[in-house]
Design a protein around this ligand. Structure first.
Ligand code: IMP
Ligand code: MG
Length: 190
C-alpha cells in the first residue's frame, strides 16, 4: 500500500509535494526574491493571480516578510478560453487590480506555468500600464508546454505532465483546500 495515494470522492490522487516540502521551497524562493529585489530601488508590488495562487501568495508574502522585504499586495482574476494547447485562445480580466502599477516594481505570482498564455497576458498588461519592472515567480512549471515567451525568474517545482491539485489549485473548483500538492490519477486531465 502506497501511503501517498488517497481516494478523494471519485478521484484517486497521489501526493507529489508535502506540506513541509512546499514550506521549505517557499522559504528558499523568498530568499532568492529578497536578494534580487534588493538590487533595485522601491518597494515591491506583489500581484497574485486568482484563484489558483491565493494560498501560495499567503505563504509567500509571510516568507518575504521574514526576509525583510517591504511589499504591497493586489489581486487580479484572469480566465482563459480555448484549449491550453492553442496559443490563440484569449485571456479575459474577470476582476482587475485596485492599485496603480505605473513605475512600480512588480512581482507577479501564479500557481503553475503551462502554455504561458496567462502570464504572457498579465505581464504584457502590466508593462502597457507603465510598470517599471515585472518579475515572475511560479510555484510550479510543466516543462515542454510553453508556447508563449514567458521566462519566470523564480520557479518552485518542475512537475510531471499530470493534472495537479491542492494548495490552491483546483479540479472543477475542488481540492483547493488540500495542504499538499497532488496529481489526479486515472489519466484525468483537463
Ligand atoms: P497557461 O496559461 O497555459 O500557462 O496555464 C496556466 C493556468 O492553467 C494556471 O494558472 C492554472 O490555473 C491552470 N492550470 C494549468 N495546469 C494545471 C494543473 O495541472 N492543475 C490545475 N490548474 C492548472
Ligand atoms: Mg490560474
Amino acid at each position: 500500500m502506497n501511503e501517498n495515494i488517497h481516494s478523494m470522492s471519485r478521484d484517486k490522487i497521489e501526493v507529489l509535494f508535502s506540506e513541509n516540502i512546499i514550506k521549505a521551497r517557499i522559504e528558499m524562493l523568498a530568499k532568492e526574491i529578497s536578494e534580487s529585489s534588493r538590487k533595485t530601488e522601491g518597494d515591491l508590488l506583489v500581484i497574485s493571480l486568482l484563484k489558483g495562487a491565493f494560498i501560495f501568495t499567503a505563504d509567500m508574502i509571510r516568507a518575504l516578510h521574514r526576509h525583510k522585504v517591504k511589499l504591497q499586495l493586489d489581486f487580479m482574476t484572469l480566465a482563459s478560453y480555448g484549449k491550453a494547447k492553442e496559443s490563440t485562445g484569449s485571456v479575459v480580466i474577470h476582476s482587475d487590480l485596485k492599485e496603480p502599477v505605473r513605475d512600480r516594481k512588480i512581482l507577479l505570482l501564479d500557481d503553475i506555468l503551462e502554455s504561458g498564455r496567462t502570464l504572457a497576458f498579465a505581464s504584457q498588461l502590466l508593462k502597457e500600464r507603465g510598470a517599471r519592472s515585472v518579475s515572475i515567480c511560479v510555484l510550479m512549471e510543466k516543462p515542454g508546454k510553453l508556447v508563449h515567451d514567458v521566462r519566470p525568474e523564480h520557479v518552485g517545482f518542475i512537475v510531471p505532465d499530470k493534472f495537479v491539485v491542492g494548495y490552491g489549485l483546483d479540479y472543477a473548483n475542488y481540492y483547493r483546500e488540500l495542504p499538499y500538492i497532488a496529481a489526479v490519477m486515472d489519466g484525468k486531465k483537463r
